[in-house]
Design a binder for this molecule. Structure first.
Ligand SMILES: [Zn+2]
Ligand SMILES: [Zn+2]
Length: 170
């Protein structure tokens, strides 16, 4: 897969479907991947979930957040964060890895830059939904470190908005 987007401005903005829960992402995303597991299919109501991994320190949240703990299919304990009004799930993080979170890719206001570099749980994928040319993760899971390196090599350049951008005169 290729993308025509080479530069993305930070902060990236997003939120739930009703707009009560909003976020700014101030740092570059670490990678994007698709998960075809049954849990992601059920939660998304679709063929797979598209996820953007971020540092939680880069996430500035506005609005009321509800959280719910659950185990994933590998037995890890997760905390899902969602909007109490529309119940839209916005991100999830593993209790054992509190510094990172997985944002639901579709919650970004602009999703045009998001290209998955890996896909997990293809054994439970809808056959047509397995993306050609996108790395298939082994059953033991994603190697986030190696994928992060690949992401940095292929992802758009994330550029922080200048805090003191010069004011252009008309
Ligand atoms: Zn909402
Ligand atoms: Zn999944």
């Amino acid at each position: 897969m290729s993308t025509a987007i080479h530069e993305v401005r930070l902060p990236l903005t997003g939120g739930c479907v009703c707009g009560q829960l909003r976020y700014d992402l101030t740092g570059a995303p670490l990678l994007a991947y698709a998960c075809h597991c049954h849990n992601c299919q059920k939660r998304s109501g679709s063929a797979y979930a598209l996820t953007v991994v971020i540092r939680r320190a880069d996430l500035r949240v506005m609005g009321v957040v509800d959280a719910q703990r659950a185990h994933d299919l590998s037995g890890r304990e997760l905390e899902h964060s969602f909007c109490p009004k529309c119940r839209g799930r916005v991100w999830v993080h593993a209790i054992a890895a509190p510094d990172y979170a997985s944002l639901r890719a579709g919650t970004f206001d602009d999703t045009g830059w998001i290209v998955p570099i890996a896909q997990a749980w293809v054994e439970s994928a809808l056959p047509w939904a397995v993306m050609p040319g996108v790395k298939v993760a082994p059953p033991e899971g994603l190697d986030f470190y190696a994928l992060g390196e690949e992401w940095r090599a292929s992802a758009p350049r994330f550029v922080a908005e200048e805090a003191s951008a010069p004011i252009r005169s008309a």
